[in-house]
Ligand binder design. Structure first.
Ligand code: 9MR
Length: 356
């Protein structure tokens, strides 16, 4: 073989090795040596997050579980699952004292099959309550008994099977005042500490969270959580973490104080988590909007990795096919890292980069 050809072949070989090492190209030889990494599709979001001591989760909902292409990705990419609806009060205690675990159990069983943990959601919320609660007046004693029974029966049922509970969901208004729910109006603000104590009695190992939206940035609503968390910790109430839902929208701007906010809760001795992430946009989705969305997913993932005690990120389902957004915000959507055909979007690659 002429030496010029040999030299060219050597150069080509060296170039190929560099490209493989950089994750730009892969080949059978690369696959034999390569460990899963950000450029290697074999490493899932869960595996990448695990290297940082974090989890990467997705919400899911029972009607979607018949979609095999969907459940394949759900079972592979994530290590934490949140039932989008199946553990809510309307589903679990549709009639007073009559409990139904069908929907929640189905999701817990699927998660176990895939060796995923479960963020259980949610015990006390003003929304999606059964009619038997909303349809009548309650005395404080009556409602306290109903609340305690609901919390303890549900938490006991899932004891040992879930990682955490969103014990109280969406307790504050935007201005940081208490939301005037049936629980607040009937029992006063102490219902939150009571709910946490009852949940802790029923499952001492589950991590107990308060969870809300629009508390990603420092502001009146997150300040209210900060003040409450401080008070609860001082009173030795069993609170483990604050869940920041992070339902973001391109048109309202990125919460630039997210890291500072996460940090102040860590300083109180609390875990934090991004629990319901999506980044919606006015439709149609353009390349530019999808690129901006990817930046936001990258930034919020990095924020969680940067701050001690931010334990993980959960997207509020992973595909636009099953997003709640279009039904609630007409003309908006495309909020998740996979599109309606289950193809990964720029946001998916941005999350991988952040986790790399
Ligand atoms: O994803 C849930 C959707 O299927 C329900 O229709 C909706 C009803 O309010 O609740 C959605 O989940 C909510 C979550 O439980 C609490 N934070 C806001 C979420 C989006 O509404």
């Amino acid at each position: 073989m002429p030496s010029t050809v040999r030299t060219r072949l050597r150069l080509a070989g060296a170039l190929a090795a560099v490209l493989v090492a950089a994750g730009i190209v892969t080949g059978p030889a690369a696959q034999a040596h390569e460990r899963p990494g950000p450029g290697n599709p074999r490493a899932t979001l869960a595996e990448l997050a695990h290297r940082h001591g974090r989890y990467f989760g997705s919400a899911t909902d029972n009607p979607e579980l018949t979609d095999a292409a969907y459940t394949k990705i759900l079972g592979r990419e994530f290590d934490m699952i949140t039932p989008g609806n199946g553990m809510k009060w309307y589903a679990t205690e549709p009639q007073q004292g009559v409990f139904d675990w069908t929907a929640g159990d189905e999701i817990v069983a699927l998660a176990r099959e895939h060796r995923q943990k479960v963020r259980a959601h949610t015990l006390v919320w003003h929304s999606q309550l059964p009619d038997w609660i909303t349809g009548r007046e309650w005395t404080p004693d009556e409602l306290r008994a109903v609340l305690k029974k609901h919390i303890q029966t549900e938490v006991r049922h899932y004891r040992g099977k879930v990682y955490s509970w969103d014990v109280v969901n969406e307790a504050f208004n935007e201005d940081g005042t208490y939301r005037e729910t049936v629980f607040y109006k009937t029992l006063g603000p102490g219902y939150i500490a009571d709910a946490l104590r009852w949940a802790h009695e029923a499952d001492p190992k589950a991590k107990l969270y308060l969870n809300d939206y629009n508390i990603e940035a420092v502001g009146p609503k997150s300040d209210a959580y900060y003040a409450l968390a401080k008070e609860l910790k001082a009173g030795r109430v069993p609170l483990d973490g604050i869940g920041l839902q992070a339902h973001l929208a391109l048109q309202y701007g990125y919460p630039t104080t997210l890291q500072d906010n996460l940090r102040r809760f860590a300083r109180l001795g609390l875990d934090t988590a991004l629990t319901e992430v999506d980044v919606r946009m006015p439709l149609p989705a353009t390349d530019e909007k999808l690129a901006q969305q990817a930046d936001w997913y990258r930034d919020l993932t990095e924020a969680c990795l940067t701050v001690r005690r931010c334990v993980g990120v959960t997207v509020w389902d992973y595909t636009d096919k099953y997003s709640w957004i279009p039904a609630v915000f007409p003309g908006q959507g495309a909020a998740l890292p996979w599109d309606e055909q289950l193809a990964p979007k720029p946001a998916y690659r941005a999350i991988r980069e952040a986790l790399s």
